[in-house]
Design a protein around this ligand. Structure first.
Ligand code: SME
Length: 174
């Protein structure tokens, strides 16, 4: 059992096979939805998701949110892992690309991504999901891993649905 939700214990830094990770995430998501049921405060949701997704993604060295605080600027929000950069301009990095394009960024090797911001030198792959509600970009969900190819398309697809459902629920205040 992990803290917060019921999942098999996996050591931090373990990259399970793709299909096992997708199954693990699919098992965790209903538990996350149950925990978040009725919560409308976006920061409370972000903090809880950062915690529970970090438990779920054993391969992650960072998991959390950057919030939009100005037209083209993100500031770090609730997260778990090693220290993150405090501010990210939309023009920079993988998070900036997700915020600018509003498209999921799944980067197998960050060394091959022009302008990648190395908050933690050990990070090798990254997955960033934009949080867009009613046409407005409010935040991005960022996950980093120390392995090349740390995130698969199945994980990205499940996270997109989770983020859209949870933050798109009626009455969420950002
Ligand atoms: N690597 C990211 C910056 C955020 S941190 O890694 C937590 C990027 O290029 O956007």
């Amino acid at each position: 059992m992990s803290e917060g939700i019921l999942l098999s214990a996996v050591a931090r830094g373990t990259l399970l096979p793709d299909y096992v990770r997708v199954e693990r995430l699919a098992e965790a998501i209903p538990q996350m939805r149950a925990v978040l049921e009725g919560e409308t405060d976006a920061v409370a949701i972000q903090a809880t998701l950062a915690c529970l997704l970090y438990e779920t993604f054993a391969q992650a060295n960072w998991c959390g949110f950057y919030r939009r605080i100005a037209p083209s600027m993100l500031a770090v929000g609730p997260y778990q892992g090693t220290m993150g950069c405090l501010r990210i301009d939309f023009a920079r990095g993988v998070c900036g690309a997700a915020a600018r394009t509003r498209k999921v960024q799944r980067v197998d090797d960050v060394h091959a991504f022009p302008g990648h911001i190395a908050c933690d030198d050990r990070t090798r792959s990254e997955l960033v999901v934009p949080v867009v509600v009613a046409g407005e970009l409010h935040a991005v969900l960022d996950l980093d891993a120390t392995d090349v190819g740390g995130f698969c398309q199945g994980e990205a697809d499940l996270l997109v649905k989770l983020v859209n459902d949870v933050f798109g629920a009626p009455g969420i205040t950002f």
